[in-house]
Design a binder for this molecule. Sequence first.
Ligand SMILES: [Zn+2]
Ligand SMILES: [Zn+2]
Ligand SMILES: [Zn+2]
Length: 274
Amino acid sequence: MSLRVTLLGTGTSHGVPAIGCDCDVCHSRDPRDRRLRPSILIEVAGSPDPPDDRTAASPTAASVRNILVDTSTDLRAQALTNDIRRVDAILFTHSHADHVLGLDEVRRYNAMQGAPIPCYADRATLDDLRRMFAYIFDAPRATAGGIPQLTVGCIAGPFTLGGIEIVPVPLVHGHQRILGFRIGGFAYLTDCNRIPEESWPLLGGVRVVVLDALRDRPHPTHFSVAEAVEAVARLAPDRAYFTHICHDLAHAATSARLPPGVELAYDGLVLEVP
Ligand SMILES: [Zn+2]
Ligand SMILES: [Zn+2]
Ligand SMILES: [Zn+2]
């Protein structure tokens, strides 16, 4: 099994450029300085099940291939730009607006795939989603054609999607606990200002990590660049990429001063994870 991870959005909640901002980064001509709201697509290649043991495969083993993490405000644009033809499952990190407001766009995948999309989140996030998207979750069946068709799974610990193990990684995001995700040698740790002690063992041996790094100045709910660099030193992955970036950080200048093996992610970046 190998993973192909596409960074669909690497910006903070406002996106970059920010509306009405005249700073250098918001006016940059470097396409890597244009950042949509944070989300990734994980494409799973190869079967996690032994090829000669098809009967042991779970019923969904063949169907889970494209895992979307969060439905960002910019999901429609991200799906068009990256030509995303399938979404087999959605994992939610938390319910902040920048991570969920594109949920309505999954109607296209319902139409193309002729099936509901399985969504997974922790209890607090599911409760928020039910409230924020009452028109989806409380809708009478008669209106179902115009609203997303979802099935919901509550994350309470590691679980498998079609034979792929998904390990939720609790993260501290200000006063909230949210989820990062580890799949094989890859970890996606957006929206955090601290990795709690109990989560470090879940990240042992990680090869490629995508980590929050908002800006240089400290922030109460996000890692600064220096804090993220410190976390990477302890994680010791082969490669690390920073995301959830605000307009304080120009791509080229910031990447140039990061340690070897660490760089700013950018929209459209594809990571191959063995
Ligand atoms: Zn700006
Ligand atoms: Zn957040
Ligand atoms: Zn966010």
